[in-house]
Design a protein around this ligand. Structure first.
Ligand code: NAP
Ligand code: GCO
Length: 273
């Protein structure tokens, strides 16, 4: 590799950085944490269940990644404060990078959705990222740099039946991203979002499962017709964009939602045959 190429690629390096990826025991979070580790970052992650932490730690180790996981619910300010202290104890410093990935979805027709269901989705998907960002920003200000990546969604832009709480939360997360950008840009903290399209993970498994007659799920066919790439995304499709937004290569990108959706937001969809 010649010096010029090595020069620009070095701006994507995360050597010497500590990254916290929330909910990174599987799915998108696991892929993003793996990518950040491969770019040189030290990895911390959390989940609500110790058994998930244990299994994920083993999975990271299989990939040659020393990741430290801790039990913490992102909706608990106390548990998140404890998570940051755990990270400080293990790595001797607080996170340089935060990926707000932890999230849930409930698919319930709005008139059947209880306020409690709605609140739980908003609590985890929108209040959780607020709590985690508040917990890491003071350390980032002290360091003079920081990267916050909020995992938004194409539902930050579009609605669909049965996911009122999720779409409201992800729309709010888009605006929280812009607000953190506005409030902390002068502290050299960049806050951006990644808006995945439809990604094949446990969260979307119900939308892809084979029908009783062995045919593809109608929603599976619908998404592939709506996506120019003609396929579902994979967690691996998000790895490069996450490294870009976590690295010096994006130091003048702030308040931006990077849609990694195969073009679905740009496309009217393929005419049914
Ligand atoms: P997933 O497979 O359901 O994984 C979600 C992760 O978040 C799990 O590890 C889960 O742990 C954790 N989590 C949930 N609630 C938590 C809480 N209160 N505190 C701590 N951890 C918690 O989801 P995914 O598909 O990987 O999605 C990850 C993120 O991407 C989510 O924010 C999702 O909204 C977003 N997204 C997904 C898609 C997609 O198509 N898959 C597209 C756009 C955006 P538990 O095992 O404890 O539940
Ligand atoms: C759904 C899906 C989507 C994806 C994702 C799309 O039920 O519509 O779960 O919401 O999770 O957010 O970007």
């Amino acid at each position: 590799m010649d010096e010029k190429t090595a020069g620009i690629l070095s701006s994507f390096s995360l050597e010497g950085k500590v990254a916290l990826v929330t909910g990174a025991t599987y799915g998108i979070g696991f892929a993003i944490a793996t990518a950040l580790a491969e770019a040189g970052a030290k990895i911390a992650f959390n989940d609500r269940r110790q058994e998930r932490i244990k299994s994920a730690t083993a999975e990271y180790a299989k990939r040659g990644i020393e990741a430290h996981g801790f039990v913490a619910d992102v909706t608990s300010e106390e548990q998140v404060a404890g998570l940051i202290e755990n990270i400080r104890e293990v790595y001797g410093t607080t996170p340089d990078i935060l990926v707000n990935n932890a999230g849930i979805i409930k698919r319930i027709p709005m008139l059947e959705m209880s306020a409690a269901d709605y609140r739980q989705v908003v609590d985890i998907d929108l209040v959780g990222p607020f709590i985690c960002a508040k917990a890491v920003i003071p350390g980032m200000i002290e360091k003079g740099h920081g990267k916050i990546i909020n995992i938004c969604s194409m539902m930050s832009e579009l609605g669909r039946e049965t996911i009122a709480g999720y779409a409201a939360a992800k729309g709010g997360l888009k605006m929280l991203t812009k607000n953190i950008c506005s409030e902390f840009g002068e502290a050299n903290i960049q806050c951006n979002g990644i808006g995945p399209g439809y990604i094949a993970t446990p969260q979307t498994a119900p939308l892809r499962e084979r029908q009783a007659d062995g045919s593809r799920h109608p929603f599976d066919q619908f998404i592939c017709a709506k996506t120019p790439a003609g396929r579902w995304g994979t967690p691996e499709d998000l790895m490069g964009p996450a490294v870009f937004l976590a690295s010096d290569a994006s130091n003048f990108v702030n308040g931006h939602i990077l849609y990694v959706d195969g073009g679905i937001l740009a496309y009217i969809g393929k005419q049914p045959e």
